[in-house]
Design a protein around this ligand. Structure first.
Ligand SMILES: NC(=O)c1ccc[n+]([C@@H]2O[C@H](COP(=O)([O-])OP(=O)(O)OC[C@H]3O[C@@H](n4cnc5c(N)ncnc54)[C@H](O)[C@@H]3O)[C@@H](O)[C@H]2O)c1
Length: 286
């Protein structure tokens, strides 16, 4: 199996790396902060022990997966020999572009350079390299060990053979890829999620129904496992508001503009579960 390098050991990168290792790939996980690599290792111990305790993983498979996964805080060593690099660092363009510049120099010409970015398109990062046809988005979902989908998002410079390689890679790590042949902000899932949540917030803002009933309607009427307002609380009102503002400022499309209520919640620090209050109250009850 080819070697995979995952850059960024945060919430997404650490899980993507383990997913690849569990599926038999040799993986090197890199982060510029030693602390992140330490946290990833603690996460692996807890997660894998939990899988063994639930009877979902054998001790042998546990040891084999960890044996295939190495951590390295030197970028040049981490990407040496990698057939595919998956970037999962902070969601800011400049640090990502700088990383792609370095990867272009460090990696062999046929290494695929992919980004897990939710908003920054592969074609923009491709401009930082001399191999635009090998730069694309592989957009995983959180938690990456559980969620099956990967959006493979390409742009005109990416040839069919590279698309086929990327789709095949996703399948080999146990994921279900969907292909987007044209880039668009939000890709598929986040666009649909945004439309759904925007309308849910509109209904609440207009006083048409309570948050509980809006969520219940979507669960019982559309079969969703969780209502859109509770999901917004879980994802974080801050994350959703900032992503929407970004899209609105970039496109100028009125439909992308965040609802007034979302703006007020963002500005008042009602960020959902993480802040103890969002559409629902999460304050500990005494
Ligand atoms: N969190 C999500 O729900 C989610 C879902 C899909 C995609 N994404 C995308 O995944 C990427 C990572 O998100 P996350 O939530 O894992 O972030 P995170 O903040 O949890 O982790 C980012 C990690 O990158 C490291 N880092 C920062 N700059 C670096 C550099 N130059 N070189 C090496 N390491 C560096 C940080 O130390 C940190 O450990 C983002 O592009 C985001 O859009 C996130």
């Amino acid at each position: 199996m080819e070697q995979v390098a995952v850059i960024g050991a945060g919430a997404m990168g650490r899980q993507i790396a383990l997913q690849c290792a569990l599926r038999g790939f040799t993986v090197v996980l890199h982060d510029s902060r030693a602390e992140s690599l330490g946290q990833a290792m603690s996460f692996y111990r807890e997660y894998l022990d939990g899988r063994i305790a639930k009877g979902k993983l054998s001790a042998g498979d546990h040891d084999a997966a960890l044996g295939r996964l190495r951590m390295d805080n030197a970028l040049a060593d981490a990407v040496k020999g990698a057939a595919i690099v998956i970037e999962a660092i902070i969601e800011q363009f400049e640090p990502k572009a700088e990383l792609f510049r370095q990867l272009d120099v460090l990696c062999p010409a046929d290494t695929l350079l992919t980004t897990n970015s939710s908003n920054i398109r592969g074609s923009r990062l491709a401009e930082a390299t001399t191999r635009p046809g090998q730069v694309l988005n592989l957009h995983f979902f959180n938690p990456a060990l559980v969620m099956e989908l990967v959006e493979v998002v390409v742009h005109p410079a990416v040839p069919e053979a590279v698309i086929a390689r990327a789709m095949d890679f996703c399948r080999r790590i146990g994921k279900t890829p969907v292909l987007m042949r044209k880039e668009v902000p939000g890709f598929i899932v986040n666009r649909i999620f945004r439309a759904l949540t925007k309308e849910a917030v509109n209904l609440l803002e207009g006083g048409y129904a309570t948050a509980e009933d809006i969520d219940l309607a979507v669960m019982k009427g559309l079969g969703h496992p969780m209502g859109p307002l509770r999901l917004l609380d879980s994802t974080g009102i801050d994350v959703s508001y900032l992503a929407r503002m970004d899209e609105y400022l970039e496109t100028g499309v009125e439909a992308a503009k965040p609802n007034d209520l979302l703006k007020q919640m963002y500005e008042s620090g009602s960020w959902g579960k993480k802040s103890g209050r969002g559409f629902y109250d999460y304050a500990p009850k005494d």
